[in-house]
Design a protein around this ligand. Structure first.
Ligand code: COA
Length: 331
């Protein structure tokens, strides 16, 4: 049975840098509060008119160039995002058109911060069963246009950023390489603890003037609850992956946790007894980019930490739903 390898990664962030200091001009917050509670120094926000799939397209082009693939080499697209351009269709189809590959299937995944790993699990299953040999997996988000950038929304608005990451996944028969396993979980009892209520199909019309006033068009987050669950579920799901493969935390060359909050990553690291050089974070520069955060950090980490063929790489995520997931890869 073939295994799935990462043929190349590509990332793209908008050029508009929004610092913590910039946010203090529109809401009651401070650079010190944001850095202390989240580790974030700045994030990227798009300029008006940018589409989610524009970010994905640029990240995909960069990955294609690195791998030496043409768009026509892509046999299927898996597109993870919670911030698609429209309520429907999802942006996988938009990316298909922008890449100029009509007919290539496009699956949209909306599992929020776990979206990239849910997408990886699907792509890996397709590749293992021989359905496709080359899959483009993208995580792409535009949060900035959906945030309440006032003091009312400050707990959420300071955290999220825009960006995209693309992975070209390819079948290999080479022994000792590839995705070892993926582990997915969800617990819908917490649906409302991190969610955006409107527009929603239970409302008629789906978005109403009062929603602009009462804030239900903006994300709602029970921050402390999310935090408490994340620091339990992420170590747990990484241990699950290690146990499944007869491995231990010390075997990890690199762990790339979803970039939710630097404090969450640090607590995950401590829970697993990992050294600083085993864990990579770049939330300081990009904030939480949800489905894009793992590929955005992974691409940088592979280079920065000198990951070589055969090294063990762990990925883990936690987010809205609640959903959480992990994957282990022999690079
Ligand atoms: N700037 C300044 N003060 C802020 C603020 C901001 N941006 N956001 C909230 N505050 C205030 C609160 O109003 C509160 O004030 P009060 O004590 O007067 O009521 C105080 O700071 C503490 O708020 P609290 O919510 O207890 O802070 P916290 O330590 O839990 O940190 C989060 C808030 C959001 C940073 C933290 O809960 C968190 O990171 N949670 C996880 C979020 C996450 O990862 N989400 C994505 C999941 S994928």
């Amino acid at each position: 049975m073939p295994r799935t390898v990462f043929a190349a990664l590509g990332t793209y962030v908008p050029d508009r840098v929004v610092t913590n200091e910039d946010l203090t001009k529109v809401m009651d917050t401070s650079d010190a509060w944001i850095q202390e509670r989240t580790g974030i120094r700045e994030r990227r926000w798009v300029r008006e008119g940018t589409e989610n799939s524009d970010l994905a397209l640029e990240a995909s082009r960069r990955a294609l160039a690195k791998a030496g693939w043409e768009p026509k080499d892509v046999e299927a697209i898996v597109y993870a995002s919670l911030s698609s351009d429209h309520m429907f269709p999802g942006d996988g189809c938009a990316l298909n058109a922008k890449l100029g590959i009509p007919g290539v299937p496009a699956l949209d995944v909306r599992n929020q911060c776990s979206g990239f790993l849910y997408g990886l699990a699907v792509a890996d299953a397709w590749i293992r069963t021989g359905m496709y040999r080359r899959v483009l997996l993208v995580g792409s988000e535009i949060h900035s246009t959906g945030l309440d950038v006032s003091t009312r929304g400050r707990d959420v608005a300071v955290i999220f950023g825009d960006g995209a990451g693309a992975a070209l996944l390819e079948a290999t028969e080479e022994p000792g390489r590839g995705v070892l396993s993926c582990h997915l979980h969800a617990d819908g009892r917490f649906v409302k603890d991190l969610s955006t209520d409107a527009p929603g199909s239970k409302y008629h019309p789906r978005v109403q003037p009062r929603m602009l006033e009462d804030g239900s068009i903006y994300p709602h987050m029970e921050g402390q609850k999310v935090f408490k669950h994340a620091i339990v579920r992420m170590p747990e799901v990484i241990r699950e992956a290690l146990a499944k493969n007869g491995l231990e935390a010390k075997d990890l060359k690199l762990l790339v946790p979803h970039q939710a909050n630097l404090r969450i990553s640090q607590m995950v690291q401590r829970a697993l007894g990992l050294r600083d050089d085993q864990v990579f974070n770049n939330i300081q520069k990009y904030g939480n980019t949800t489905a894009a955060s793992i590929p955005l950090a992974l691409e940088e980490a592979i280079e920065a930490r000198g990951v070589q063929r055969g090294d063990l790489v762990g990925l883990a995520a936690f987010g809205a739903g609640f959903t959480w997931a992990s994957a282990l890869v022999r690079w």
